[in-house]
Design a protein around this ligand. Structure first.
Ligand SMILES: Cc1cc2nc3c(=O)[nH]c(=O)nc-3n(C[C@H](O)[C@H](O)[C@H](O)COP(=O)(O)OP(=O)(O)OC[C@H]3O[C@@H](n4cnc5c(N)ncnc54)[C@H](O)[C@@H]3O)c2cc1C
Length: 501
């Protein structure tokens, strides 16, 4: 057998996706494989993307990144989940926390007992009081989960808010120190093998050619190779996720330093608030068919809780996914492979997944189509399930105060999502299609937060002693409250362990 191993990988793009791809490839592939990254300062990066999911911690850990160093250098804060305001109806407020509502009882999720008991005992406190992440967030406290805590109180997780520009720079330095070759230049042409159609090189404006065996397209929305060369096609999901524009603006930081993202529903979309150590990130995601850019800017600026640090930056997007993310010897990762609005901070998580799958199905120079097919199947499946979860936020609205919300309430949704909603509404059971994606507690937070009350209870819970259950849940709640009370404040924890210089 001739040596078919990949000798050079060329990553096109130095945004979050490019550098998040470069580091694991440099660390995990044999040293005989060179990793080259081409980026253009002239084009720049999207530069937003400040909220993450807990999986980012595993990603960083696998790369040997020390948390305190990373938090300091990216001006990061800790994130326990998302507070949703005015979703469902104006005045509504609920929390989607990272973690469960306590451990299962007799193999059944704890929230099901709460549902049953709350019908009998009308003064039951809100189910959110059994979520550690929520209770910590509500009192602005933070501490990483400790293994030695009883399981009732350690059932939470956390992620980060960070400065996207600093994160890309952090990874760039990390990658270059581990052998990744960085080339600054504008790609003007992509060369293909006349017989196979494989990409052989990218040609820069100054005449340089960068040859490779495998090309990773991290060129952002434009999809320089995956669309520009291979016309992979795009599934447009705007009919169920109509937002297509965003305005982003940082503002001066304001106390208290909340350990969560805030997402507030607006007349034609929603605004985000993401606290960092040095400033607060803000944005307005909206549909330009239902409001003007000027009005969207007004809503954003009026909602700031500190002085705006610049003019709002406009971004446009089409929600959907590339029909194929891997074609021949080109693999698209990041915005080049698709985009779902940042309501649940999923884009960086998609990058983590895609890099993991690329390593799992890493090809030789033949780039067998079976590997590409499997990669594409996994990407498509993950995108579709996450899409359903995002659509859920909009679909289950009782808001009728704007045309946008009236559209959302009546728009068609996928059968997969219909099945999830109806199963919960009728039986209180949660359908999870993708165990690696948003799981039972996330679905429960959203469904209950948006006001769905199941019509029936679990018949097996009927047979249990309600007074005993009530006492058990009360003692759990008390144990959680005690642990939260003893935790440091979020700002205090950062000051002690990982304050930026
Ligand atoms: C409004 C908004 C808010 C978001 N918020 C979040 C969030 O909170 N959480 C989250 O997980 N994600 C979020 N995202 C998504 C996140 O920003 C992206 O997933 C992430 O930044 C990755 O982008 P990228 O690297 O794929 O593309 P980009 O940042 O666009 O980078 C593209 C790179 O390709 C290079 N390039 C392109 N063409 C050429 C060329 N011809 N020659 C040379 N180089 C070229 C550019 O120079 C650049 O380096 C958000 C996105 C938007 C739009």
């Amino acid at each position: 057998m001739p040596d078919q191993a990949i000798r050079t990988i060329v990553i096109v793009g130095g945004g979050t996706a490019g550098w998040m791809t470069a580091v694991p490839l440099a660390l995990k592939l044999p040293k005989t494989c060179e990793v080259v990254l081409v980026e253009s300062a002239e084009i720049g990066t999207v530069g937003v993307g400040e909220a993450t999911l807990p999986t980012i911690r595993h990603f960083n850990l696998a790369l040997g990144i020390a948390e305190a160093d990373f938090v300091r250098k990216t001006q990061a804060c800790f994130k326990l989940g998302i507070e949703f305001k005015d979703w469902g109806h104006v005045g509504n407020r609920f929390f989607h926390g990272f973690g469960d509502f306590g451990p299962a009882i007799e193999n059944r999720p704890a929230y099901m007992y709460w549902l049953r008991l709350s019908r009998v005992f009308k003064d039951m406190p809100s189910y959110e009081q059994w979520s550690m992440a929520t209770m910590m967030a509500r009192s602005n406290r933070f501490m990483p989960p400790q293994d030695e805590l009883p399981s009732v109180t350690d059932a939470y997780s956390y992620a980060y808010h960070f400065d996207a520009g600093l994160y890309a720079a952090y990874l760039r330095d990390y990658a270059v120190a581990r052998g990744v070759k960085r080339i600054e230049g504008m790609i003007e042409n992509v060369e293909q093998h006349p017989g196979t159609g494989f990409i052989t090189a990218v040609k820069l404006r100054d005449g340089r050619r960068v040859e490779g065996d495998l090309f990773v397209d991290c060129s952002g929305f434009r999809g320089l190779m995956i669309e520009g060369v291979y016309q992979a096609g795009y599934d447009d999901w705007s009919a169920m996720l109509p937002c297509n524009s965003a305005l982003a603006v940082p503002c001066a930081k304001a106390a208290p330093l909340t350990p969560y993202t805030t997402s507030t529903a607006r007349a034609a979309g929603w605004t985000w608030r993401i606290p960092l150590q040095h400033r607060t990130g803000n944005g307005h995601v909206y549909c330009d068919g239902y409001t003007s850019d000027d009005e969207a800017a007004r809503v954003l600026l009026e909602g700031l809780d500190g002085e705006a640090l610049g003019e709002p930056r406009q971004l446009r997007f089409t929600t959907g996914r590339r029909r194929k993310s891997w074609v021949k010897n080109c693999v698209a990762i990041g915005l080049s492979s698709g985009f779902l609005e940042p309501l649940e901070s999923t884009s960086i998580n998609f990058i983590e997944n895609a890099v993991g799958w690329l390593l799992q199905y890493f090809p030789d120079r033949a780039c067998r189509p079976e590997l590409a097919d499997e990669f594409n199947r996994l990407v498509a499946q993950r995108y579709e399930y996450v899409r359903d979860f995002i659509v859920l936020h909009y679909k289950l609205t009782d808001r009728t105060d704007s045309e946008f919300w009236r559209y959302c309430a009546t728009m068609p949704i996928p059968d997969t999502l219909k099945h999830q909603i109806e199963t919960f509404r009728e039986t209180g059971r949660v359908v999870v299609y993708d165990k690696e994606g948003f799981n039972v507690p996330s679905m429960v937070s959203l469904l209950m937060g948006l006001g769905v009350v199941p019509r029936r209870d679990d018949p097996l819970i009927e047979a249990m002693n309600f007074d005993h259950l009530l006492g058990h849940l009360a003692s759990r709640r008390e144990a959680m409250a005690q642990v939260v009370k003893a935790m440091p404040g979020h700002a205090q924890y950062i000051a002690r362990h990982c304050a930026a210089p």
